[in-house]
Design a protein around this ligand. Structure first.
Ligand code: AMP
Ligand code: ZN
Length: 465
C-alpha cells in the first residue's frame, strides 16, 4: 500500500510501526459551532481511510480531539452568556449527532483538550528543561530557532518564513516565529494553575500532548485538512520531536478543501453550509459519495448540481442491487461450472478496486471500478443465473462499498426506515390533533401497499399481500 506523505512530498510504501496495527491521530473540530461541510469532508476522508485500513486487515487506533479551549471558544461563550465548559459540552453532543448521521465511525478516543491540562503542563516543563521553550511574564513560548527541523513539513526555511509570514510582532517573544505554549490568564477567561501562574494552553500543544498520552511518542499517521500544515502541524512536530528526540509521525496526510460554487466557503460570502443543513436535503450516502468522488488531495467543488449527480450515481448502484435482488429467487440454486469463470471474472474487479485504493486511497478510481463491476454484472447475470452467483455479486458490491460508506443500506433497509419515519410523523400529527395530516400519511402509505394497524401496543405495519 502506498500513501502520499506531505513530509517527504512523495508516495511511500506504508509500513506501520507495529505489524498489523495503525496509530492514527486526526485533528478534530473546535467545538463552538455546528460543523460545516468543509469540516465534514475532512472527517469523511479520514473516516474512509480508517475504514479502508480496517478493510485491509489493520487494527486502527483512531484518536480525534475536540479543541474545547481557545480564543473562538472564549469569545462565543462570552457572546452567548454561557461558560466555555457548557459550550463545549453542547457542541460535542451536536457533533456526535451529525457525525453519527453521516455514519462516521466513532473514534477509539475523542479526548478534550481541557481533560489534559496537567499532562500539557508537564510537556511544557520538559520543553523548558530541554531548552526549547522559555517563559515571559506568565506566557511560555516555543523557541522555533532551537529546533533544527523547523519548516520541514511545510517545506520552508525559518528565514523565509520570517520574512514571508504575517506573525504578530510581540516584543516579549525572542523571535517573531515563536509561538505560545501557555497563555497567561486574562480577566474573565477560564484558567488553570501552572508553574507560570494561572493560564491556559495554546492550541498546538494540545495535539502533541494528547497524541503522546494516547498513542505514544511515535505514531503512524497524523492527519487533518491542508490548512493545518502550517503552522499547526509544523509546530506539533517541533514540540513533539523537541521533547522526545524521536520521529513524531511517520506519515503526514492532508485532505484538500471544499469550495462552494468555486469560491472559498465563508459566512461573509453567504456560501456557508453546515453539514446538518445538507443532511436535511440529502441522504448521508449521497453526501459521502460526493465527498470522496474526487481524490482526497484534490479540491472539490460543492454545488447543487454535483450533489444531484452523486445522488443519481448512488441510485444507479442501488438499482443494480435491486435488480440482483430480484434474481435471488431464480430457479437454479447451485453454481454451475460455467458460472465459476464468471465468479473469477467478477473477483478481478475486487483486485482492481484494492489496487486503486492501495494507491494513496484513490477513491475516485475505486468508484469507477465499482461502476465497471456493475456493468459486468448487468451483462453476466440474469434470470437464468444461479442463486449462489447472484448472491456472490450482491455481496461483492456491498463489500466494496463498505470502506467507502456506500451501498450499505440495501433491500428495504431504507424503505423500512422511511415507513418508521412516516409512522412517527403520523403519531406526532395525532398528538397535535391534526387528523387531516394523520389520515393523509395513512392514505399515502396505503397507496404504496403499506397497511397501518393501530394496536394497544402501538402502530404495526405490514405489506399488502
Ligand atoms: P476547525 O474546527 O476549523 O479547527 O477544523 C476542523 C477540521 O476541518 C480541520 O482538520 C480542518 O483542516 C478542516 N477544515 C476546515 N475548513 C475546511 C474546508 N473548507 N474544507 C475541508 N476541510 C476543512
Ligand atoms: Zn491538531
Amino acid at each position: 500500500m502506498k500513501v502520499y506523505n506531505t513530509l517527504t512530498r512523495k508516495k511511500e510504501e506504508f509500513i506501520p510501526i507495529e505489524e498489523g496495527k495503525v496509530k492514527m491521530y486526526v485533528c478534530g473540530p473546535t467545538v463552538y459551532n455546528l460543523f460545516h461541510i468543509g469540516n465534514a469532508r475532512t472527517f469523511i476522508i479520514f473516516d474512509t481511510i480508517r475504514k479502508y485500513l480496517e478493510y485491509r486487515g489493520y487494527e486502527v487506533n483512531f484518536v480525534q480531539n475536540f479543541t474545547d479551549i481557545d480564543d473562538k471558544m472564549i469569545k462565543k461563550a462570552q457572546d452567548t452568556e454561557t461558560t466555555v465548559k457548557e459550550l463545549g459540552d453542547h457542541y460535542i453532543m451536536e457533533y456526535y449527532k451529525d457525525a453519527d448521521k453521516l455514519k462516521i465511525k466513532r473514534a477509539t478516543v475523542n479526548p478534550r483538550a481541557t481533560e489534559y491540562i496537567s499532562e500539557i503542563i508537564s510537556f511544557i516543563e520538559e520543553l523548558i528543561e530541554k531548552g526549547y521553550a522559555y517563559e515571559v511574564d506568565g506566557d511560555v513560548y516555543y523557541s522555533t530557532k532551537s529546533f533544527v527541523g523547523y519548516g520541514k513539513l511545510s517545506g520552508q526555511k525559518l528565514e523565509d518564513l520570517q520574512t514571508g509570514s504575517r506573525v504578530d510582532v510581540d516584543e516579549r517573544k525572542q523571535d517573531p516565529m515563536d509561538f505560545a505554549l501557555w497563555k497567561n490568564a486574562k480577566p474573565f477567561e477560564p484558567s488553570w494553575k501552572s508553574p507560570w501562574g494561572n493560564g491556559r494552553p495554546g492550541w498546538h500543544i494540545e495535539c502533541s500532548c494528547m497524541a503522546l498520552n494516547l498513542l505514544g511518542e511515535t505514531i503512524d499517521i497524523h492527519a487533518g485538512g491542508t490548512d493545518l500544515i502550517f503552522p499547526h502541524h509544523e509546530n506539533e512536530i517541533a514540540q513533539s520531536e523537541g521533547r522526545s528526540g524521536k520521529t513524531f509521525a511517520k506519515y503526514w496526510l492532508h485532505g484538500a478543501f471544499i469550495n462552494v460554487d468555486n469560491k472559498k466557503m465563508s459566512k461573509s460570502l453567504n456560501n456557508f453550509f453546515t453539514a446538518r443543513e445538507i443532511l436535511e436535503k440529502y441522504d448521508q450516502e449521497v453526501i459521502r459519495l460526493f465527498m470522496i468522488s474526487g481524490h482526497y488531495r484534490t479540491q472539490i467543488n460543492f454545488t447543487v448540481e454535483v450533489l444531484d449527480a452523486a445522488k443519481a450515481s448512488l441510485e444507479r448502484m442501488y438499482n443494480a442491487l435491486n435488480i440482483l435482488n430480484g434474481y435471488l429467487n431464480n430457479e437454479k440454486e447451485e453454481i454451475s461450472e460455467k458460472e465459476k469463470s464468471v465468479v473469477v471474472e467478477l473477483n478481478r474487479y475486487k483486485e482492481r478496486f484494492i489496487e486503486k485504493m492501495d494507491d494513496d486511497f484513490n477513491t475516485a478510481d475505486g468508484i469507477s471500478v465499482i461502476f465497471e463491476l456493475i456493468r459486468e454484472v448487468n451483462i453476466r447475470i440474469n434470470k437464468d443465473s444461479s442463486q449462489k452467483l447472484v448472491k456472490h455479486a450482491i455481496d461483492l458490491l456491498i463489500e466494496l462499498g463498505s470502506p467507502l460508506g456506500i451501498m450499505q443500506n440495501p433491500f428495504g433497509g431504507s424503505l423500512e426506515e422511511e415507513i418508521e419515519k412516516l409512522i412517527e410523523e403520523r403519531n406526532e400529527a395525532r398528538k397535535n390533533r391534526d387528523f387531516a395530516m394523520a389520515d393523509k400519511i395513512r392514505n399515502d402509505l396505503m397507496n404504496q401497499g403499506i397497511i397501518l394497524e393501530d394496536t394497544p401496543s402501538g402502530v404495526r405495519w405490514s405489506k399488502r399481500s
